[in-house]
Design a protein around this ligand. Sequence first.
Ligand code: PLP
Length: 382
Amino acid sequence: MKKTQPHNETLAIQLTDNHDDSGSVANVIYPTTTFKRESDGSYGSGYVYTRHNNPNRAQLEQALAQLEGAESAFAFASGMAAISTALQTLKAGDHVLVPDDAYYSVQLLVKEVFDRWQLSHSVVDMTDLDAVKSAIKPETALLWLETPSNPQLKVSDIQALADLAHEHGALCAVDNTWSTPILQKPIDLGADVVMYSTTKYFGGHSDSLGGALLLSQAATTQLAEKVKNIQNLSGAVPAPFDCWLMLRGIKTLPLRLKQQTQNATALAAFLEQHPKIKAVHYPGLPTHPQHALAAKQMKGGFGAMLSVQVGGDAHEAMALIDRLNLFTAATSLGGVESLIEHRKSVEGDHSPTPDDLLRISVGIEHIDDLVADWEQALGGFR
Ligand SMILES: *Cc1c(COP(=O)(O)O)cnc(C)c1O
């Protein structure tokens, strides 16, 4: 009989329990930078130096790989360190396609850093397959996807884009930060690389930075050694304590995400019918242009991120933030607390994000309170 894989909720506990033999139920932190060498020159535990590896990092990487169904996983000090590493596996002269709507620092990174190293890029609307096709060049080595995207919640077709990448001998990487493996598994849809800012939902409490790259079986053969080498030699590795916090976060990831997704679905429905809201961007709404695609490639919900357009200028949008009591004005997302952000003013004048757009990260507060807060805030607005 085929052994059935435990459900995510069970895995999240099993994969993060304590591994040492002290009997401690709570996980143990190994804050050491270095490990004892035996007289014969060997390292009994296999660990040498924490930049190379550390028990907390090894457990985190293992947990991430198993939750994702990936062949290998590599943890980093931040999401951006993970993205940089993915780009560093390429060579000078390669070309990368990046989405027109995506975590803004990705565009800045390819423009301001990797351009100097002769990595060229094109910015393309990943929801438009024909546009992607015509942007592919002979030297295109990587399609970078982010779906749903930041901050406009555009949904792109992972399977179709992965197929397209492979037809052209390129790799397909997906920034899956907003969905996590609980809601979307890009490798099952053909992607080679999955990237996370674990800072967000994995950590879940806005108190730890981290990132990860996860590789499919084929990508492990092709890339794992390179990634491991860059991880070690560039040294953007997470501290043991941050790995420990991520492992603790994973324990409640399925639970938090379920509640946050439910809250976001209800809040999006409320906001969509409100006369003072011009538009709501949430893939769970039947009116979302790629709702059917999102329903096909996401499982168990559409995530806990949404954005609204309130009409008017940036000043008016920011005034609305001030009227809310339960949504803290702050960047970042994925924590237990609800946050709201005027994204354009964070991204800068060159950003294509609309002036009247507010991005919301929905937390685990009671939905009735969240809706009531918006009701009162919009009541006296304009
Ligand atoms: C936050 C974020 C990143 C960057 O991660 P850091 O941990 O802040 O470096 C990348 N992609 C997405 C979608 C994010 O939300």
